[in-house]
Ligand binder design. Structure first.
Ligand code: SF4
Length: 136
């Protein structure tokens, strides 16, 4: 069983209330092979919400508010779900401050990418779960 980003599976959970449909991910969910989760919603954030980016380990939204706690709570809930269902892998949305792996935005809200992982991707990997993105 895989964990997948809910926005890739077709749920309108992105910060702007939109989806980021990936038909292969949708198919995995339909076949019962993947569990869709949105860590930002699971962390208690509303949809739509202000966009957020990571900066020096914190997550700051475009209004200047520190939303690190909600992002970390959502990551912890996703890890719990992964453990309960015996998931050994996750297929997550690239570049997100929650789901991104390898490359994320730099916190300046100007589209610049830097090396790093989103909060959920990072926590899953530190707990032995293999993370890939839809672009890999
Ligand atoms: Fe998609 Fe992850 Fe962002 Fe939720 S937190 S909208 S699942 S990229």
């Amino acid at each position: 069983m895989l964990i997948v980003s809910a926005c890739l599976a077709g749920f309108p959970c992105r910060y702007d209330g939109k989806k980021a449909i990936n038909t292969a991910v949708q198919q995995l969910v339909k076949e019962g092979k993947a569990i869709p989760v949105c860590p930002e919603q699971l962390g208690g954030l509303p949809t739509p919400r202000s966009p957020a980016e990571m900066k020096a380990g914190k997550v700051i939204n475009s209004d200047g508010n520190d939303v690190t706690e909600a992002f970390e709570k959502g990551a912890a809930v996703v890890l719990e779900i992964a453990k309960q269902y015996g998931c050994t892998g996750a297929l997550l949305k690239a570049r997100s401050p929650s789901c991104g792996k390898g490359r994320i935005y730099d916190g300046s809200f100007s589209g610049i990418l830097i090396e790093g992982n989103g909060k959920t991707a990072d926590l899953l990997m530190r707990n032995g779960i293999t993370v890939t993105t839809e672009e890999e």
